[in-house]
Design a protein. Structure first.
Length: 317
């Protein structure tokens, strides 16, 4: 599903002009120094079968005793910032920080800055016990402790009907292949959609997990059903296309988090390489990287500032 608009710039001034014209201050952004097959967290770029939780636990067993209480509480984010592959994806509130990353490296190729509307974000920072790689299964089973997240999903859909339409289109693409599944085009009757999803349960046999959704509203019920079918399909090419993203804003566990104005997308994933698709609302192609990096340096946005550690300060000097 492609929903983004695109522009191309060759200077910092062009970039700032596009920001104003397109009102991109209402977005978070991510810079990448080349075009990659998909926008995804580090763990999924390297090896889709990585056991993220096992790696995080092992890393913490080595260094946990030397960290502050705050760093241990936000250890998944701490691991992300020190290079451990996780399902967290770095975005920034600062479009200039994203521009730096789009220009840094791969000098012979154009860079890209991807923007996501802030309206699409559901903050899960206050649910720290859920900010771990096992969140998919907790949502799949509609565990009571995920009720706050389902409330966030309901509030998201209620703000704008176009997001409901996006969601229904994603359902069509993901489960439209199932036997006798009608194509859903209307968003007038959500209860009807629930019945369509439930009617396909016999095709799942005894594999379908027990899902208790009585306390969920209509949107939560639909979302939970979609997750259950995603779990059952187990198609390596299937994408979890949701019009919203869970976000996580860790405390200032390192100076790097503050300097980069970090916000993390929590990319949902399940078994057999099943994961949530990251689909930008807007995309800016970046040319003339060297000149733009020089201009950013004049503004104090450089390797020394962004990474703020001994290695990068020495490299910058």
């Amino acid at each position: 599903m492609k929903r983004q608009q695109e522009r191309r710039v060759e200077s910092l001034l062009d970039y700032i002009q596009v920001m104003k014209e397109e009102r991109l201050e209402e977005c978070i952004s991510r810079g990448e120094n080349a075009r990659y097959p998909q926008i995804c967290a580090a763990a999924f770029r390297r090896n889709g079968s990585l056991d993220i939780q096992a790696m995080v636990d092992e890393f913490q067993s080595y260094i946990g005793n030397s960290l502050t209480e705050m760093q241990n509480r936000h250890f998944l984010a701490f691991s992300q910032h020190y290079g451990l592959p996780t399902n967290l994806l770095d975005f920034s509130y600062s479009p200039l920080i994203s521009l730096y990353f789009a220009c840094s490296g791969n000098e012979e190729k154009e860079g890209y800055v991807y923007f996501l509307s802030k309206e699409r974000l559901i903050d899960i920072t206050r649910n720290l016990d859920l900010v771990k790689p096992g969140l998919f299964s907790q949502l799949l089973l509609a565990a009571p402790k995920t009720e706050a997240l389902y409330d966030g999903i309901t509030k998201f859909f209620c703000q704008d009907e176009r997001y409901v339409a996006e969601f229904l289109e994603g359902i069509d693409r993901m489960i439209g292949r199932l036997p006798r599944n009608e194509r859903v085009r209307s968003m007038d009757d959500l209860e009807f959609l629930i019945k369509i999803l439930d009617r396909n349960r016999p095709f799942a046999g005894e594999l379908e997990p027990e899902i208790k959704t009585k306390y969920l509203g209509a949107f939560g019920h639909i979302f939970c059903r979609v997750l259950s079918y995603a779990f059952l399909i187990r198609d390596k090419d299937a994408k979890l296309e949701f019009p919203f993203y869970f976000t996580y804003e860790p405390a200032n566990i390192t100076a790097r988090v503050s300097n980069q104005s970090s916000i993390l997308i929590y990319q949902l994933y399940g078994i057999d390489n099943l994961r949530q698709a990251i689909i930008p609302d807007f995309e800016v192609t970046i040319a003339n990287k060297e000149e733009i990096l020089s201009d950013l340096d004049h503004l104090g946005i450089n390797e020394k500032f962004i990474f703020n550690d001994y290695d990068h300060i020495a490299s910058y000097i």
